[in-house]
Design a protein around this ligand. Structure first.
Ligand code: F6R
Length: 607
């Protein structure tokens, strides 16, 4: 969601800020703005629309010697998309940018109204600026401390005070802020993608700790006035990882990144051919003490959890339930100290997923998270973390982050089975070999890219479609359907193939294409029967299969997409790439913004 950048130092701040905002565009936004000190005065330039519009406005302005400023991309929550509602917001002595939601802004607004103070925007953020100004008596740190006690909700703020040039003050509750200092100055941002130009070493601003950024250094104090030492982290990817590398879109690049990302994720966790989480400090007791697993996450990450459930139940024989995180905590889940709650998150900042972890801990359950972003809130708040090594994922539609999440579930299932004696060491070695082979075979799918474009062309006029499958293929159908809706705007529904005839088959006509996934041996013949049922009602069928069934011809499908023949338990890796390509090419053929689909944010930091 909202992107934040702040800089003070020895560079042209307007250039640093607009560049940083362009790097944060992928988070999703609808307006952008910057504020900076110019001759000791704070000046603001902001606009509804893209960072490119903001940049034009900035470049058309005469700006003298700006070396300290803050910049923001806004994803509207309170108040429509307009210049006025864009950040930064100024009230009195305070100019600030904000990522999050001030939940008690209505009450605070009423309090301020009693003093005759009224905002000019419809945003909760302007109320926060008014409250900080209300608390300001010449000392920024004191004002922020007092305001922190009055604000409820979630926030990451970068604040500049009139008459205090060269300094940026920051505080957060929930919303992420990461910072670094180099000889060029101090930089703070909502994520590493905007910092990597300056340093690979950074720290996460601890919650309710106030950071003061100057050109010389960054100092941290807690709300009691104690100095706080930042805990430095290091990213293991380079600036190139956050660039398109010659591909038309980040999504395409990220589809191609998958074999390497998968290998980077599993290889450190395989020792002597066996799965191990020793280096991750996840002890085997996490599995041996557990009699029930609850998996919770959002969107694509939740779909990875569905595959995880299938694998864990199949080979470790422990019951698993999966729930979307936005429902999880309202469903009063049954948890105790023998429950393992597994959460999955690329960003590590998804508000609902984080809330689920906090609830699980209140119930005494153990929490294990699968996270891509190092040092993120979900990673820090979980008892155990298994980091995925996808590198930065810039396209809003998740691709490589999803498949690496799958790979971690394959390892969890195997380790669980091994330490609870459901697997012998030989079983586990055999399984790991198959996992490695499955990842290798992703390269074969990538080599057939052109075929997927041809198949996608058959969906050029489609407005609705069904994705169907059984077992693991149904989990993949759900992900395929989400991916397609998200970026191509084709309405699609994922259905368990055997369930269609219980109502939904009434929607099948020649105008309703069906993408059928049939990779699972145990249900293959049943799946083919289900395909015949939709074909008989006129549907155009695209069949994704790893079979070499002689009976599969144009009488049951208009297009057949063949994926490499591997052990069917491992088919999700290759199938994932196919469904990603189908969504990608459908969106490209409709000339849509593949990387930044409308209304969506990459990191969903509000509930
Ligand atoms: C879809 C997509 C989203 C995310 C979801 C959770 O392509 O990316 O559905 O999977 O918003 O995000 P994270 O994984 O950051 O918690």
């Amino acid at each position: 969601m909202c992107g934040i950048i702040g800089f003070t130092g020895h560079l042209d701040a307007t250039k640093v800020l607009t560049k940083g905002l362009a790097e944060l565009e992928y988070r999703g936004y609808d307006s952008a703005g910057i504020a900076f000190f110019e001759n000791e005065e704070i000046r603001t330039i902001k606009t509804a629309g893209k960072v490119a519009c903001l940049k034009e406005k900035v470049e058309a302005s005469t700006i003298n010697d700006a070396t300290c400023g803050i910049g923001h991309t806004r994803w509207a929550t309170h108040g429509g998309v307009s210049d006025t509602n864009s950040h930064p917001h100024t009230f009195g002595n305070v100019t600030l940018i904000h990522n999050g939601i001030i939940e008690n802004y209505k009450e605070l607004q009423a309090e301020l109204a009693l003093q005759g103070k009224t905002p000019i925007s419809q945003t909760d953020t302007e109320i926060a600026a008014m409250i900080i100004d209300d608390c300001f008596d010449g000392d920024p740190i004191e004002a922020i401390k007092k305001a922190d006690a009055r604000l409820d909700g979630q926030y990451g703020f970068c604040i500049m005070f009139k008459g205090i040039p060269g300094k940026i003050f920051c505080i957060r509750n929930g919303s992420p802020l990461v910072a670094t200092h180099t000889e060029k100055g101090s930089v703070i941002a909502s994520d590493m993608v905007a910092l990597i130009d300056y340093s690979k070493d950074y720290f996460v601003l601890p919650e309710h700790v106030i950071a003061t950024l100057t050109a010389e250094d960054i100092t941290l104090v807690d709300l009691e006035g104690n100095n706080v030492e930042p805990e430095m982290l290091h990213v293991d990817w380079d600036i190139e990882a956050a660039m398109k590398g010659g591909y038309d879109y980040f999504m395409l690049k990220e589809i191609h990144d998958q074999p390497a990302a998968l290998m980077n994720t599993i290889t450190p966790r395989i020792k002597d051919g066996l799965p191990t989480f020793e280096a991750d400090n996840v002890p085997d007791e996490v599995f041996t003490n557990c009699n029930r697993i609850l998996i919770t996450a959002c969107g694509t990450a939740m779909h990875a959890g569905l595959v995880g459930k299938n694998l864990i139940e199949r080979i470790a024989r422990v019951p698993v339930t999966v729930d979307v995180a936005s429902e999880f905590r309202y469903n009063d889940p049954i948890m105790d100290e023998h429950t393992l709650v597994i959460t999955i998150s690329q960003s590590g900042e998804t508000a609902d997923t984080l809330a689920a972890i906090r609830l699980a801990k209140e119930h005494g359950a153990k929490t294990l998270s699968i996270v891509n972003v190092k040092g993120s809130t979900i990673a820090r708040e979980s008892d155990y973390v298994l980091y995925t090594h996808a590198g930065p994922e810039i396209a809003v539609a998740s691709t490589k982050a999803y498949t690496v999440q799958l790979s971690v579930f394959y390892l969890i299932a195997a380790r669980f089975a091994l330490v609870t004696n459901k697997f012998t060491e030989d079983d586990a070695r055999d399984y790991i070999t198959k996992l490695q082979q499955a990842i290798e075979s992703v390269n074969e799918v990538l080599a057939n890219e052109k075929d997927f474009e041809d198949v996608s062309a058959s969906l050029d006029t489609a407005e609705n479609l069904f994705y169907i499958g059984r077992g693991l293929d149904y989990c993949l159908a759900m992900e395929g359907s989400l991916k397609l809706k998200e970026i191509s705007y084709i309405h699609s529904e994922a259905y368990a193939a055997g369930e269609l005839k219980h109502g939904t088959i009434s929607l099948i006509t020649e105008d309703m294409p069906v993408i059928a996934i049939a990779t699972q041996n145990g249900v293959y013949s049943k799946m083919i029967s289900n395909i015949r049922e939709v074909k008989a009602r006129g549907a155009k069928v695209i069949l994704i299969t790893n079979g070499d069934d002689q009976n599969v011809d144009e009488s049951i499908c208009s297009f057949q997409v063949s994926i490499p023949k591997i052990d069917d338990m491992f088919a999700p890796f290759t199938t994932s790439v196919v469904i990603q390509y189908l969504a990608y090419f459908c969106a490209v053929r409709r000339a849509l913004n593949v990387d930044q689909p409308r209304n969506l944010a990459k990191s969903v930091t509000v509930e």
